[in-house]
Design a protein around this ligand. Sequence first.
Ligand code: FES
Length: 163
Amino acid sequence: MSEVESVQRAGEAKADIASFDPRILVFTCNWCSYAGADLAGTSRLQHPPNARIIRTMCSGRIDPIFVLEALRDGADGVIVTGCHPGDCHYVKGNFRAEKRFHFLKMALKKLGVEEDRVRLAWISAGEGEKFSLLVKDMVNRVKELGPSSFKPSKIKSMEVLTP
Ligand code: FES
């Protein structure tokens, strides 16, 4: 490849990244973080339209497999949110979520997926602004990473998830 071609390709790659519009999936819990997301909306706080929300009853319900499947199926980043520690309506759900999140990070490392594609955050019903900033920050972070290269073939065997 000539020097001109390699410069052209580098330019095209930069253009691809600039036009990259990441898909972000946000898991929320019913009682705190969903209400925070709702407050962001009703307060008309601006954040990029890249996020899709899935409401669960509690962050403790979010299995790492859900996150891996989201990444496998086209999400470029996933945020898991819940009530602040001590505020979970099921007492220990968010502590369970935190443990699972560490496990998820280990699994991502084994799969060769950038850890920054996932994030855990605690958001109360009154933290609409925090939710909005979180989404903005995640979109920017994932834009820097570029599109996810996580391929379905990598998750065919769950062996990779055993510690
Ligand atoms: Fe919100 Fe459990 S109910 S984290």
